[in-house]
Unconditional design. Structure first.
Length: 326
């Protein structure tokens, strides 16, 4: 009788473990950001902080990028499932035979722009002025800007991520991101204007989600859930960024509340997430036409071979089904 009772209790215990255990474990996903944690990554941190990834059946780890981090190399090496990238990087990788594909664009516009003193009224006014350009800019936006406004290479100087040359010389303009250099100028009480290149037709997307084609083929459902939850994260972040900001500061303790607030304000002002096609197609939207414009620009500027299969650099499959409206 005692044996039967033990058997009964053991059976009940086993049955209760089975009943309370989840049927499926959450799918693990590792995403590598493009830089130190900041407002430009807010949607992803927000999705993690608010449980959106968990609700989608995902166990997401966000790894922080930085100046010495080669995201594409780590992606190919299996250290991340997805990276936050940009069109030029992906198209150049495809040209080199690296099998990567973009599945969504967090930003409808590249946030790259020009910071100028307040006497400069438009980008055309920069002829004859000194323009600070970093090395990466010379193989991305500078050929576009030079061709559009008739600038010359002789008027450029290296940008070393030090704003003092700009602060002390009113004839200097410099490349800038809306939440970085503009914030530093604001803190220094220097009167400036910021011109977003996209407003003048600069075509690429930015803060895109990029994965290996093998990952997309092997884990299409995981990819779809990750894309949708991330775009929901962006919508939530713009409404109330506090949860995401807390995780951003945890990863990047040097990030201040003031800079995060400034960054979120710029995201909203410039409509980087909600502008463009996102208004009608949903956050993260991409189109064939925009990718064709970027391809045409890169080929025309001799940054990409015309034979590159640019259509393999992206797929609309996942973002079209996500449909997260602003």
């Amino acid at each position: 009788m005692r044996v039967l009772r033990r058997f009964f209790h053991l059976s009940v215990l086993v049955l209760s473990v089975i009943l309370v255990s989840p049927v499926h474990a959450a799918d693990s996903v590792t995403v590598l950001t493009s830089w130190y944690a900041q407002a430009e990554h807010g949607g992803f941190y927000q999705a993690l902080a608010t449980g959106l990834y968990k609700q989608a059946g995902l166990d997401v780890t966000i790894k922080m990028g930085g100046p010495q981090v080669n995201g594409m190399q780590l992606l190919v090496g299996g250290q991340a499932d997805f990276i936050l990238g940009y069109d030029f990087q992906v198209l150049s990788s495809v040209e080199a035979g690296i099998p990567v594909t973009t599945v969504a664009a967090s930003f409808q516009f590249d946030p790259q722009g020009m910071l100028v003193h307040d006497d400069v009224k438009n980008l055309a006014d920069l002829k004859g002025k000194t323009i600070l350009v970093a090395g990466a800019g010379r193989t991305s936006w500078w050929p576009w800007l030079k061709s559009r406004y008739g600038y010359t290479d002789s008027q450029t100087r290296p940008y070393t991520f030090n704003l003092q040359p700009f602060f002390v010389d009113p004839n200097v303009a410099m490349q800038a991101y809306p939440s970085s250099e503009t914030f530093q100028a604001d803190q220094a009480h220097v009167k400036t204007h910021f011109f977003l290149f996209a407003d003048d037709g600069y075509p690429p997307y930015n803060t895109t989600i990029v994965g290996l084609r093998k990952t997309l083929a092997d884990r299409p459902d995981v990819t779809a859930r990750f894309v949708k939850a991330s775009m929901e994260g962006w919508k939530s972040y713009l409404a109330n960024p506090a949860p995401g900001n807390a995780l951003i500061k945890k990863d990047n303790p040097e990030m201040t509340d003031a800079q995060l607030a400034f960054g979120v304000a710029q995201l909203k002002k410039l409509k980087l997430v909600t502008g463009g096609d996102a208004g009608t197609l949903g956050i993260g939207a991409m189109t064939d036409a925009r990718w064709k414009k970027t391809y045409d620009y890169m080929v025309g500027a001799k940054l990409l071979k015309a034979s590159t299969d640019y259509k393999s650099a992206y797929t609309l499959q996942y973002i079209q089904t996500a449909k997260v409206m602003p």
